[in-house]
Structures are given as C-alpha cells and as structure tokens.
Write a protein that binds this ligand. Sequence first.
Ligand SMILES: [Cu+2]
Length: 281
Amino acid sequence: MKLKYLLPVVLLALVFSCSTDNEDDTDPLNEVEGLMLVKEIVNGDQTIELFNKKGMFETGYNAISIRIKNNTDDTYFENASITWMPMMQMPTMQHSCPRSAITKALGKNTVYEGFIIYQMTNTDGSGWSLTLNYTIDGMDYSVTETISVMQYENQNTASFMASDDTRYILALIEPKNPSIAVNTMKVGLFKMQNMMTFPVVEDYTITLDPRMPGMGNHSSPNNTDLTFNSTDNFYYGDLSLTMTGYWKLNLKLMNASNEVLKGEDVTEENEASSLYLELEF
Ligand SMILES: [Cu+2]
C-alpha cells in the first residue's frame, strides 16, 4: 500500500482509539471492570460499595476498591476522603488489624483503594466489622457494618509472638498466580503495637526455604531472602517453584541486627520452621 493511502487509515485508527479511551474514562461502571462487589453499605444519602477480585473477604491480604454513590442521583463521588477501621470482636476484647490508608486509584475518577490484612476469623466468617469515616464537600459521615471474613484454604498469613516479646503479622501478597519458575515473592510485615495500631516493620530480613513436604521435603534452587523495599513498604525476594503442588515456605524473621526473632532452619532432624506460609498451585 502506498503511503498516501496508509496515512488516512492510521489517522482513523488513532481517532477511533482515542474516542474509545474517553468512553472508558467517563463511564463509572467501567472503572470497576474485572472486580466483584463484596458489600454495599447504605448510609443515608450515600451507598459505599466495596469491591475486590474474588467478591469476598478472606483471611490474609485483601486489596479493596471503594466507590461512594450519591443515592439522590446515582452518580459516584470523585472528591471524597476516606479512612477505615476494621474491628474484630473477641469474647473478652476487640482488636483491629494491619491496613493501609485509602487513596484515589491511579487514573480513576470514582474509585478509591487500599488493603486490609485480616489475621484471623471465626470458622463461620463472623467476628469482624468495618467502620468507614468519610468527608464529602466538607461534611463528615461515618458508618459501621458487620462484614464476613472467610478462612482462606492455606496459611497465607501468620500472626506470631517473637523472641523480642513483640507480636508480628506477616502476610503473603505475591505470587498471586504462581508458576513453575522463579516467582517474585512479596509479603507485608507489621508489628502489633497495641490492639488498634499495626505499623510497618522496616529493614528486617525474612529468610526463605521453600519445601515440598509430600515429596521428601525437597527444596528448589535460586531462592533469595526477602528484603525491605522502602518505596512501597513491602518485602521482596525470589521464590523458585520447580513443580506444581503443595509448598511450605519456611521462613525465619531476622531483625536489623541479624538476630533471629522467629523460625528455625530446615534440617534432616527438623522438617519445618515454626514460621511458615503455604502455597498450592
Ligand atoms: Cu481476633
């Protein structure tokens, strides 16, 4: 094809792709495409919508997307500021869990996002509530609602007392879709400062020794320990998975002075660390 014929085709394609992009930006329904509604919380003239990939809350790391609907005209607010407080009611006390701040989702007009790490739940999914405090156009609102948190099938989070008399919460975030390869492993590490406050723990090291207990407890080559990344406050390492099946990710938590706070080496005599996460694919 000669250039003079090709040029109009290219221009047409450009115009077409631009107009499609614009539609995506202005249609609020498309902003949660690929996500499933977990919960709708009606609070007078607003409805708060909570979304994630699976349509349910589970123990461990939950990435959550939020929209606030104006019930009077079915539009979505674009200028809200939102905070949250998850709370678990236990028989003798209540406590919260590690969670992020809530920020506007990148490139979205109506969607806000953050994460919550539920470190435990009751077997029937009961026990948790979620309080949302939000401000729209200078007006403050608050609503508290019961939520269900189901037990995830594997141990994707660990809540443990360490040798420094501190309780830590460790949560597996990635790999979400493990493959037979060297996978990027991402975890969150938090300290339980009190029942309500769970700051990020910085500059520790988490050693990694993945094993297949069902196959002679064999390991895999080319794993690396997890180190702190100060740009997003998570820990990253390389997780090598040489076959599909059940893997026990044996870990040791080391503080900034390289003292072991929790966990043991896997040896002939000791088949697993007391600190571990699980993965099956
Ligand atoms: Cu609890």
